[in-house]
Design a protein around this ligand. Structure first.
Ligand code: SF4
Ligand code: SF4
Length: 154
């Protein structure tokens, strides 16, 4: 956890809270509050967020990052929590489905051919699935090697 987050910056973030009012998820989703997550990370009691749906409600819009005076942002805390959850396999079903589709096709969905024709759009280009598979295999291999050398996984 410490490896993926700058706790010093997070400490400053916990005292600031300024971007709560410009975060679309904070403003519109009851219960979504990165300030609480950050507080728990700093207290070492972040486990309870791993199974929470709220960590998946960050839109990754980067508003908090852009507005932040220390160029850090709420989203780093949410991303760190999602990474742990995903590694433990406790992500929402649609995320898992989306990932499997992406690994297989390098797309998150198939292009809607009739709709493209209707809108006069050109044929969709190839997705680069073969290149992605090669890169993904290399990434997995280097991760395995990293683990073999005592690298951290969380
Ligand atoms: S990226 Fe930041 S501003 Fe956007 S939803 Fe996530 S926490 Fe909120
Ligand atoms: S992300 Fe930046 S602006 Fe937002 S609460 Fe943290 S320190 Fe403040």
């Amino acid at each position: 956890m410490e490896a993926s987050l700058n706790l010093k910056l997070l400490e400053m973030c916990s005292k600031c809270g300024a971007c709560f009012s410009i975060c679309p998820s904070c403003v519109n989703i009851p219960g979504y509050d990165p300030r609480e997550v950050i507080k728990d990370i700093l207290d070492g009691s972040h486990e309870k967020w791993i199974n929470s749906k709220h960590i998946w409600e960050c839109l990754e819009c980067h508003y908090c990052l852009e507005m932040c005076y220390q160029h850090y942002g709420f989203e780093n805390a949410m991303t760190a929590m999602r990474t742990i959850a995903a590694k433990r396999g406790v992500h929402p079903t649609q995320v898992k489905r989306g990932w499997e589709m992406f690994v297989k096709t390098s797309r998150l969905g198939e292009p809607a051919i009739p709709a493209r024709k209707k809108l006069g759009l050109p044929e969709a280009k190839g997705s680069g699935a073969e290149e992605f598979k090669k890169l993904y295999a290399l990434l997995k291999e280097s991760r395995e090697k990293g683990r073999g050398h005592g690298g951290k996984t969380e």
